[in-house]
Write a protein that binds this ligand. Sequence first.
Ligand code: TXA
Ligand code: MG
Length: 318
Amino acid sequence: MIGNDLKKAVKLLKNNDLVAIPTETVYGLAANALSTEAIVKIFEVKNRPFFDPLIIHIDHFKKMEIYARNIPEKILFLAASLSPGPITFLLERKAIIPDLITAGSPLVAIRIPNHPLTLDLLSNLPFPLAAPSANPFGYISPTSAQHVAQQLGEEIPYILDGGTCSVGVESTIIGYENNQATIYRKGGISIEKIESLIGSVQVKEHSTSNPKSPGQLKSHYAPRVPFKLGDLPSLIDAHQGERLAVLSFDKAIKHASIQKQLVLSPKSSLSEAAQNLFAYMRLLDQEDVDVILAEKVPNMELGKAINDRLMRAAADYI
Ligand code: TXA
Ligand code: MG
């Protein structure tokens, strides 16, 4: 069921049931983060492997200290500057955090989502919420309540509807390694923004064999229709005779084989492109076509997170 009844959401969550929640990045599939019984349901519904740890959501950065210790000064400064917002902090966990949340790691991921309904919900709960993106594992993340309902509607008792997500790509994940701030997932807060606040950071690209962050698995966020990324005219040439869907950054392309085409941002805005990205990937995935062809966006600011998602969507077809 979809609705905006906060009391109902509170009641279900206190009862260790699942509720899908809106955030500024993507919708989350939430449960009481301090209850193993509740968290297990997230893994079951998402069909998510237990080795993939969960982010916990709280309503104020000062509460990070309840769940984490030895928070590096630069991370605390980022949290104070950017929270609530699309950034997740990887910190040394305290014992209050169940093992299942961190997949046995000594680190816990914490973020303060910037959505009024979810902040209100969190302030009415005596526990934080564990919430991965509310999609089946490996599929495109949901950016509206309807996206969640399409895939998981039957399996979760309630979807809290907070409208369309304003950022549209997941949070940036940042931690501290070898005394240096380290980004593990590119996301809604750009590297440029972070570096303007704390100086240079290192970026750890994914490793498929041993992902620090399985959101960084090589193939993720993937449509069902084959998805290819590259120079659009060359891709169109290479797929002569096939039914094509095209996802471009700011300009439409004309070609007889194109059955459906979406432009991420006709006004060339990276934030608009991020907002539309997952919704457009879903729309094209529903078309009766042989292949979806896409191009990268300018590789700066939010564009780096968008290109990261596009590359992972295409990873099985490169
Ligand atoms: O924007 C977001 O972060 C959204 C919304 C719902 O908050 N959540 C989200 O969750 O993207 P999920 O589970 O789809 O992706 C979380 C990523 C995963 O790649 C996971 O492996 C990583 O964060 N992660 C969580 N806890 C971790 C930990 N203790 N150590 C390393 N990686 C961790
Ligand atoms: Mg996810």
